[in-house]
Ligand binder design. Structure first.
Ligand code: ADP
Length: 237
C-alpha cells in the first residue's frame, strides 16, 4: 500500500468520516451453537468471531490454580484475513494481543468463583482492517455474557490516534499504517474504568486528553451495541 498524499482532506478522512466518527458497527450474540457463548463483530471492514468455553476443568491439570479460575485467551488471524497471506499459527503479535485481551477482560470476571477451572476465549479474525484487538475484545465480552458467566459489566473497546496532526477515532489500516499515533483503549464504559491502554506513537498532553475523551464516547456507543445484541438474543417475545 502506498502512502496517499493526505489522510485528511477538507476535514474529512479518506473514507468520508469526520475525525470523531466511528466506523459502522454490527454485533451478533450467539452465532455459534457448539460454543457455550459466542459473538460476531463487524467494525468497518474488520470481521471477528469470538467463542467461549467454560468454566471447565483445566487441561493440562498442572496449569490449574487452587484459588481461582484461569482466563485463557487465544487471538488468531486467519491466513486469508489480510491482503498478503498471513502465515498461519501463533507469532509474537498474536501472543501479545492474546495477553492484552485477557488483561482487558479479567477485571470484570469473578475468577475466584471457579477454582481449578479454565474459561477459554477464542478470538478469530476473519478479515482485518486495523482495530482487530478492539473488535476482538468487544466480541469476547459479548461471548462471555452469552455463555452466562457472571460479570460485573461488559468491556468495550475502540482505538484512537493521530493522522496528519488530527486526533481521530477508530483508525483504518491506512490510517494506522501512515498515521502518527495509534492508541487502543478498552474500558468498563459505564464507570469509565480503563482495562487496556496501549500507545504506538506520541500525543501531546492536550491531544492525549482529547483522544481519551473520544475513546470514552466511542466505548459508550460500543457498549450500547453490545447490550442491544444481547437483548436481541435473550428478549422474551
Ligand atoms: P490491530 O488489528 O489491533 O489494530 P495492529 O496495530 O498490530 O493490531 O495491526 C493493524 C492492522 O495491520 C491489522 O488489523 C491488519 O489489518 C494489519 N496486519 C497485522 N498483521 C498483519 C500481517 N501479518 N500481514 C498483513 N497485515 C497485517
Amino acid at each position: 500500500m502506498n502512502r496517499p498524499e493526505k489522510l485528511i482532506v477538507d476535514g474529512r478522512r479518506l473514507d468520508g468520516r469526520a475525525p470523531d466518527e466511528m466506523r459502522s458497527l454490527k454485533i451478533v450474540a450467539g452465532p455459534l451453537q457448539r460454543a457455550d457463548g459466542s459473538a460476531y463483530v463487524e467494525l468497518g471492514n474488520n470481521k471477528v468471531l469470538a467463542a467461549v468455553y467454560g468454566p471447565r476443568e483445566m487441561h493440562p491439570k498442572h496449569e490449574a490454580e487452587p484459588d481461582h479460575c484461569i482466563l485463557r485467551c487465544r487471538y488468531m488471524m486467519a491466513p486469508f484475513s489480510v491482503e498478503e497471506r498471513k502465515r498461519p499459527g501463533p507469532d509474537r503479535r498474536s501472543m501479545e494481543i492474546s495477553k492484552v485481551i485477557r488483561e482487558a477482560l479479567e477485571p470484570v470476571l469473578f475468577l475466584e468463583y471457579y477454582p481449578r477451572a479454565v474459561i477459554d476465549v477464542f478470538v478469530e479474525v476473519l478479515q482485518a482492517d486495523a482495530g482487530t484487538r478492539t473488535a476482538g475484545i468487544n466480541a469476547a465480552a459479548v461471548a462471555l455474557a452469552d455463555a452466562g458467566i457472571p460479570m460485573k459489566d461488559l468491556v468495550s473497546s475502540i482505538a484512537v490516534g493521530k493522522v496528519d496532526g488530527t486526533v481521530v477515532l477508530d483508525l483504518t489500516k491506512m490510517e494506522d499504517q501512515f498515521g502518527e499515533t495509534d492508541m487502543p483503549v478498552a474500558m468498563i464504559a459505564r464507570r469509565k474504568e480503563i482495562t487496556l491502554l496501549q500507545m504506538d506513537g506520541h500525543f501531546t498532553e492536550e491531544e492525549f486528553r482529547h483522544a481519551l475523551d473520544l475513546a470514552f464516547r466511542g466505548c459508550e456507543k460500543v457498549y450500547e451495541a453490545q447490550r442491544q445484541a444481547l437483548k436481541e438474543k435473550y428478549m422474551v417475545r
